[in-house]
Write a protein that binds this ligand. Structure first.
Ligand SMILES: C[S@@+](CC[C@H](N)C(=O)[O-])C[C@H]1O[C@@H](n2cnc3c(N)ncnc32)[C@H](O)[C@@H]1O
Length: 198
């Protein structure tokens, strides 16, 4: 039996996300992925975008699974995954791009705030940021399925929940990142793009 963790959602969304990253990260070199989960995205994107140095990260408990995927793929552009809880110590390196998928609704809001507050310390002055997942618009769900998903998150924990685009944009702006694009993705998800200007 394959001991690696598997996420079917990550298999479904990886190519639509890759389609965006191929363009948006075309001029980038060093990507920090926050909350890599199983590690499947890291392998898929690093293999398809070999010019990128793809640094996977997550909380401690997910590192063995990510490492299993990275070790099996043995790509030249994926350094060992590093431990990163956004409320803790961040890697000492500097990145010109940051990617995260399906993390903001899992993190408690103070963790989301901590993540954005830390970005200036690990990014170049013109860094690009891409965040994939479900978002609310003007305080409203964008679909019945997102409303049901949010209810299931809240049943797991009061601290979880789909975030509002305006609130996330405000955090990005205070970290020096301006909005660049907002692209609708399958299954009522979006990919939000920002670039650091300050
Ligand atoms: C739903 S999973 C998404 C995993 C992967 N990015 C994907 O799209 O398949 C949420 C991820 O957020 C991570 N996460 C939650 N809270 C975090 C925190 N405080 N710091 C870093 N990562 C966190 C979890 O460990 C988990 O890997």
């Amino acid at each position: 039996m394959d001991p690696k963790p598997h996420s079917s959602a990550s298999e479904r969304n990886r190519d639509p996300i890759l389609g965006v990253l191929q363009g948006y990260f075309a001029d980038r070199r060093r990507v920090l992925e926050i909350g890599s989960g199983t590690g499947q995205h890291a392998v898929h994107f690093a293999r398809a975008l070999p010019r990128l140095h793809w640094q996977a990260s997550d909380r401690d408990g997910n590192l063995p699974g990510i490492r299993a995927w990275l070790d099996e793929a043995a790509l030249p552009n994926t350094p060992p995954a590093v431990e990163l809880d956004v409320t803790g110590a961040w890697p000492p390196q500097t990145f010109d791009a940051v990617f995260s998928a399906n993390t903001l609704h899992i993190m408690a809001w103070p963790e989301v705030e901590a993540m954005f507050a830390a970005l200036p310390g690990v990014t170049t002055a013109d860094a690009k940021l891409a965040i994939y997942g479900p978002f609310n618009v003007d305080g409203r769900y964008t679909s019945d399925s997102n409303a049901a998903f949010d209810a299931s998150l809240k049943a797991r924990s009061d601290a979880m929940g789909i975030r509002d685009i305006a609130a996330v944009d405000a955090l990005a702006r205070s970290a020096g990142f301006d909005p660049v694009d907002d692209i609708a993705m399958p299954a009522n998800n979006r990919i939000r793009l920002w670039q650091r200007s300050r």
